[in-house]
Design a protein around this ligand. Sequence first.
Ligand SMILES: [Zn+2]
Length: 177
Amino acid sequence: MELMSRPHPNISIAQEIEYDQDNLYPHEWIHGPDLPLRSQFEVFSIGTVGRGIRSKAGFSRGSVIARFTGQLMSSVLQHTLQVSPTSHVYDPYFIGLLTHSCAPNCILEMSQLELIALSDIAEGDTLTIDYALTEDALFRQFPCGCGSSNCRHWVTGRRETINEEGKAYLSNMATPS
Ligand SMILES: [Zn+2]
């Protein structure tokens, strides 16, 4: 009987890799450095359907806020952002949750997969991008109430025209009953 010389059956537990629970992305999506952390960003709910990303840290204008990742797709879906006319990155964990603003505080650098601060960002600020800067056509056009002085009130992709719903919405805005 040599029981004591056998490896303890529980010894491997202590040696298991500690996965980074702080990451906003699930473990299988983490392939590089500088991806967003829960200690830096918070996902919050907007109304009953939407979500947004709030910063838990300050970032200075021009700095890289985080790198992002995702799955490459050939079509536009909710939570995709356009990389090229024929490819889109699907990221339902970080950049796909960014709120639109017509005067955003962030911009996506799609060639580098980086989110850059367009203005100084304070702790608690909602991170926003202008969807029309990356998207030729949106998954769905929508009304905007971002409150900026140059708000377009109806948001489309950069290469599509305002749809019938948008025309009706804008004409109702112009002539309130
Ligand atoms: Zn707006």
